[in-house]
Design a protein. Structure first.
Length: 175
């Protein structure tokens, strides 16, 4: 006798699910979409030379930045949310006794710039003094550095200072 009470309830549940599927299709059952990874976004859009070594892959202000090197080149690839690709290559080999060497700048939507260049393995700290006197520290990533600063034409002439792990100044020079 108790089974007859469950049959109408079971039929009601099945009818509701069938109606929901018929009206909404497969999308009636919610799922959680996942955003693509930055590796997926960069994909094959970046023109990478055969001996390319990637050091940085990062999301910056709504764009994906990838930076790597070859033996004699610095390669910077940028993908903007608008779908535009930018690949910049600079003939910048290992800095050797100069300890750091400038390369390319990436302009961000907030009118700031990320300077990208090469750095020697003995450098532990790299900082830049801008034209207005502000000192900004660079992020070191293997053979490359990133340094964010404001987009001011006066900052095209920056003085860089490279220090070793003991704090000894290795080089001070124009970038």
């Amino acid at each position: 006798m108790k089974i007859t009470g469950f049959v109408p309830v079971g039929l009601a549940v099945v009818a509701t699910l069938a109606f929901g599927y018929g009206v909404g299709g497969v999308h009636a059952i919610a799922g959680t979409p996942t955003a693509p990874s930055i590796e997926t976004i960069m994909g094959d859009g970046c023109e990478r030379p055969p001996d390319y070594r990637r050091h940085v892959l990062r999301m910056l202000e709504g764009q994906v930045l990838e930076v790597g090197v070859t033996d004699d080149e610095l390669v910077s690839c940028t993908y903007r949310v608008t779908g535009a690709w930018t690949t910049s290559k600079a003939k910048v080999g290992p800095p050797d006794d100069r300890y750091f060497a400038g390369g390319v700048g990436v302009l961000l939507p907030d009118d700031s710039v990320v300077g990208v260049g090469r750095v020697g393995p003995e450098v532990a700290v790299l900082e830049f003094r801008l034209a207005d006197g502000e000192v900004v520290k660079a992020e070191l990533h293997g053979d490359v550095y990133l340094c964010a600063y404001s987009d001011d034409l006066r900052n095209l002439t920056m003085v860089g200072r490279a220090y070793d792990a003991s704090g000894r100044l290795l080089r001070e020079g124009m970038v």
